[in-house]
Design a binder for this molecule. Sequence first.
Ligand code: WTA
Length: 660
Amino acid sequence: MTSQQERTSPQVYPPPPDLAAHAVAQAELYERAGADRLAFWAEQARSLLTWETEPTQTLDWSGAPFARWFADGRLNVAVNCVDRHVEAGHGDRVAIHWEGEPGDRRTITYADLAREVKKAANALLSLGVQQGDRVALYLPMVPEAVVAMLACARIGAPHSVVFGGFSADALRSRVDDAQAVVVVTADGGYRRGAPSPLKANVDEALADRARGGGSVRKVLVVRRTGQDVAWHDERDVWWHDVVDAASEEHEAPALEAEHPLFVLYTSGTTGRPKGILHTSGGYLTQAAYTHRTVFDVRPESDVYWCAADVGWVTGHSYIVYGPLANGVTQVMYEGTPDTPTRERWWEVVERYGVTLLYTAPTTVRTFMKWGADLLEGHDLSSLRLLGSVGEPINPEAWTWYRTHVGSGRTPVVDTWWQTETGGIMISPLPGVTTTKPGSAQRALPGICTAVLDDTGVPVADGGTGYLVVTEPWPGMLRGIWGDADRYVETYWSRFPGRYFAGDGARLDEDGDVWLLGRVDDVMNVSGHRLSTAEIESALVSHPRVAEAAVVGASDDTTGQAVCAFVILRADDGSPPVGEEDTEALVAALRAHVGREIGPIAKPRQVLVVAELPKTRSGKIMRRLLRDVAEGRETGDVTTLADSSVMGSIRAGLGGSAADG
Ligand code: WTA
């Protein structure tokens, strides 16, 4: 898809001359980093961060693939994100313009943030949290989410943020894996005009100690919606009781650069999510550096808005750590873009004079569908740069974004990275790169990537293969929580000595990178990573399902959509499934997946079939199922154990597979 579209849209966009002349990142950055990569990163670490003890070491790769960066340096991440800006005289600068979905607003300066973070740090300590303990956060997009993350960072208790859209079961398994001692949550949050419950999910996750959650001693609850919540006196405490009452004085410890900062769970190719581990000094260096250079940040004048959720890595690196380390003013919005109207975003841009906007292609495609006339009545002239993240952006969406949101004048930066990479890896530099709609283009200065063929040999320009990172980088994951072997196996075994990201890519004639999507069993739905195996195991945990296969089928708005094929159990005593109750069963299975994982994982389609296509060794051939889900002729079936299976699947679906 991508390559064809690229050929029909030859338009390229040189940087606007005024931006190019004064850009934070100039072309010489590539040369400096190319000449001495480690010296370059050491310089970034020193110039962008404030260290209690400046590092003399840069990279220790002796334990490869476990990296240590700036290992003899000491710093406090929260001090870097908050206190030092106040000390530099910027206490009155707005850190966060927050807007709740119902329309309530809060303005939080850096001085306010410093005070709240210190109080929250004291509150966590009073709840018994110690350095090194894990704290789970399950919160809506409220300022307390940022405060809680920074409070954890301040006392050296790694946080594990669990996206508020995940279910009680998903929360429990993450709490258990990290052995979190405290959960910070809210009564609920607002989404699409209605309060959704969070505390109730925490209660369910921790209800039956035999099922898990046994590590949790306290639950700290922010009052957001005011909805009724059950209360466990010995376990639950209100944020407004303990944080508001806590002291505003807190001396931040200087922590080792390699002190764990957070664990963030992400979907892999098996049913069990991986806890991606990030540490302090290297991660913060890359978050601050990439935020500053890719978005051409001017902390004294920019108003930056990253529309991600703090529950995903984009929220970690580009709402919390990068922007706050750089001392920028940002907008944080709680809800959905169509509440109360489809013009909500453009009202927000206008109200705060947003200059830099960072969002996902799926949102851009949604706005395209809603129509450009919704933007017309709004003054968007403050915008000067647009960013894209999370999935490949098709040239049409890229061009629409630039034309209608960017009024045909702003650069668009398509940024490729992952939970594992910690920060942006491949992206244009807005004052340097002549952009091409649909291409992420080039590794940033200091980052080394390649595209390899099956045998591990770099492909020539024009070739297609696997995207790898060839040299360690400061923000790289330090492992998978509690599972060192899985880290080595997952990322370093396909091409020894190279980090394999799981993405396919093509190099064009100029050597620019075009991302082609995942090459493994990971799906990307609306920029969210979902694993086929995880949804399959949710489906087979339903009493009526014997077997399930899940594929990601392409979808115009969400990029990919979840399509499930299920075989029902013959032995559960239920009557055979007739026409009428298929519908009810499908609804029940979708709801079941929503309960097991979260609403984002609900399949778009569930197709009840009699058999699944398998190879002789019993591996499900998802490629063929994808053909069915996308309404295509099936490809080569010669490796199937039983070549008649595809015929019977199609016959059973009566040709209505694509709209199930
Ligand atoms: C995909 C999100 C194409 C990719 C930051 C990657 C992208 C996965 C882009 C990571 C992009 C992210 N172009 N694909 N600009 N950015 N991806 O961990 O498949 O939620 O492997 O991190 O998203 O998703 P994750």
